[in-house]
Write a new protein. Structure first.
Length: 135
């Protein structure tokens, strides 16, 4: 049991050190340097337990593509570039969070429901790819 939680701690630590929203495979490569005996199945299992308990975020991207993970659970939006697949964070200030929550509740109200949490993934072209296409 102790070994199990040690692994989870290392996985969480490694994820929190990155801000590029890595896949499980990308994290696995980092973790191998610290824990050469770890298997990829353990990484998958721990990532899903961590996201179930709300300690990390799982970002489901395009179908057939690996999920991406985020160690930052402060409220923020994600932007994924359709050209290079990079995921960037968009942090909101308190007013913007309030504004967005009100808007989402307004939309949910249309079907007489209420918003509890929302995961927003905006898709488009990042600043670099946007310029490349114009040229
Ligand atoms: Zn891009
Ligand atoms: Zn993020």
């Amino acid at each position: 049991m102790k070994r199990y939680s040690k692994q989870r701690e290392i996985i969480l630590d490694t994820l929190r050190k990155r801000n590029d929203h890595p896949t499980a495979e990308m994290l696995y490569k980092d973790i191998l340097n610290i824990m050469p005996s770890i298997g990829i199945a353990t990484v998958y299992r721990n990532l899903s337990a961590l996201s179930d308990s709300g300690q990390i975020l799982k970002i489901e991207t395009k179908q057939g593509e690996s999920d991406r993970f985020d160690g930052n659970i402060n409220p923020h939006l994600h932007f994924q570039c359709l050209e290079c697949n990079k995921i960037e964070d968009i942090f909101l200030n308190e007013d913007q969070v309030k504004e967005l929550t009100e808007k989402l509740n307004e939309f949910a109200d249309v079907i007489n429901a209420e918003t509890v949490t929302s995961k927003i993934l905006i898709k488009g072209r990042c600043s670099e790819c946007k310029d490349k296409i114009k040229l």
